[in-house]
Design a binder for this molecule. Structure first.
Ligand SMILES: [Zn+2]
Ligand SMILES: [Zn+2]
Length: 137
């Protein structure tokens, strides 16, 4: 059973077969799928699952805080089950592949006080860009 499923079960989220399939598709490391990709994979396991159900379920998972929405460079939003471990993203400018990465040090500490403009800062999203081995080879 996936970590995401364990978390959802622990929260008492009602696991219908449709919800379970969406959670299973999102299981794993470095998973950043668009809603359409989630739907395409879910249909392989549960042919009757509708696009609307997939979208609604993704929305619920985001509201629960168990899945993150990731926006990269104007491409379609992606869904990331790695919601409980702070991480940043490494994105291939060629094919759009995304890796979870963990830069050293606290990105919040890297912002000088003079550039905080009185904000109470709660988070930082950093995107590292480049070409993956497949695209640079
Ligand atoms: Zn690439
Ligand atoms: Zn991620």
């Amino acid at each position: 059973m996936s970590d995401l499923l364990v978390r959802l079960r622990a929260r008492g989220w009602r696991l219908t077969s449709q919800r379970r399939v969406v959670a299973e598709v999102l299981d794993g490391d470095h998973v950043h799928l668009t809603a359409d990709e989630v739907h395409a994979r879910a249909v392989e396991r549960l042919p009757e699952i509708s696009r609307a159900t997939v979208y609604n379920t993704l929305g619920e998972l985001v509201t629960l805080g168990e899945v993150l929405e990731v926006a990269t460079d104007g491409r379609a939003k992606r869904y990331d089950p790695n919601a409980h471990h702070a991480h940043q993203h490494l994105v291939c400018s060629g094919c759009g592949a995304i890796r979870d990465v963990h830069p050293q040090g606290d990105p919040l500490a890297a912002l000088p006080a003079a550039e905080r403009y009185g904000f109470v800062i709660s988070g930082a999203d950093i995107t590292y860009r480049g070409l993956c081995p497949d695209c640079s080879g």
